[in-house]
Design a protein around this ligand. Structure first.
Ligand code: PXP
Length: 237
């Protein structure tokens, strides 16, 4: 069955807006797990704009399913992740000015640097996934690094302006999933998936796991707001 990894970065983004303890992303991770999430995803960015080192240490202790830490190949981050030793890490490109991860990793152009990090992390018993665009040459290069998995960037599909573009992106994702599976890779996908566009993606054969953050946390605000207001009303009356 297709698995769901829940990205909890946005809970930490909300916390950082106030620089206080709530909402606690670890609490969110436990709720996601009890609701059926198959893994918990968090991104320790170099600028620490949301998730911080204390969060990843606490997540490593608390998460019972599988912690999948997104990370860049920055040496400082690699050293931290090696100490934490999550069961899985996903290498992503990182650009300080971006609002969220933009393109996939260019494994073809940065092969030596990425392979070195993959080797280093794998020696520490961390399963590695590479976040890449759905392109055959990137899949081939990803396989050569020794990574166990790839995560196909679904942003092109999610942001497609019209039906023709959407169908083109969907075909690329379908072909890439088959290509990845035929090369013996576990194939995951994510970025920009929501309650509408996830259906076509979930039908792609060969996919192992979808990683979704923004739309789940956004939906949670509205599914939880009614209860939260009622609770506060009751308390103050
Ligand atoms: N997968 C990767 C590699 C990502 O970087 C992100 C965003 O942090 C996601 C999945 C989740 O994307 P979204 O928040 O748009 O669901």
């Amino acid at each position: 069955m297709l698995k769901l990894g829940v990205n909890i970065d946005h809970l930490a983004t909300l916390r950082e807006a106030r620089k206080i303890a709530e909402p606690d992303p670890v609490k969110g991770a436990l709720i996601a797990e009890s609701a059926g999430a198959d893994s918990i995803v968090a991104h320790l960015r170099q600028d620490r704009r949301h998730i911080n080192e204390t969060d990843v240490k606490r997540l490593q202790e608390a998460v019972k399913t599988r912690l999948n830490l997104e990370m860049s190949v920055n040496p400082e981050i690699v050293e931290i992740i090696k100490k934490i030793k999550p069961p899985q890490a996903t290498l992503v490109p990182e650009n300080r000015r971006e609002i969220t991860t933009e393109g996939g990793l260019d494994v073809v152009s940065n092969f030596d640097q990425i392979k070195k990090v993959v080797d280093d992390l794998r020696r520490n018993d961390i399963i590695i996934s590479l976040f890449i665009d759905p392109e055959p040459e990137q899949i081939e290069a990803a396989k050569k690094t020794g990574a166990e998995a790839i995560e196909l960037h679904t942003g092109g599909y999610a942001n497609a302006k019209d039906k023709t573009e959407k169908i083109r992106h969907l075909k690329k994702l379908k072909d890439s999933a088959l290509e990845g599976v035929s090369r013996g890779l576990a194939v995951n996908a994510g970025h920009g998936l929501n309650y509408e566009n996830v259906k076509d993606i979930a039908l792609i054969s060969g996919l192992d796991e979808l990683n979704i953050g923004h739309s789940i946390i956004s939906e949670a605000v509205f599914t939880g707001l009614d209860k939260a207001v009622r609770q506060m009303k009751e308390l103050i009356s």
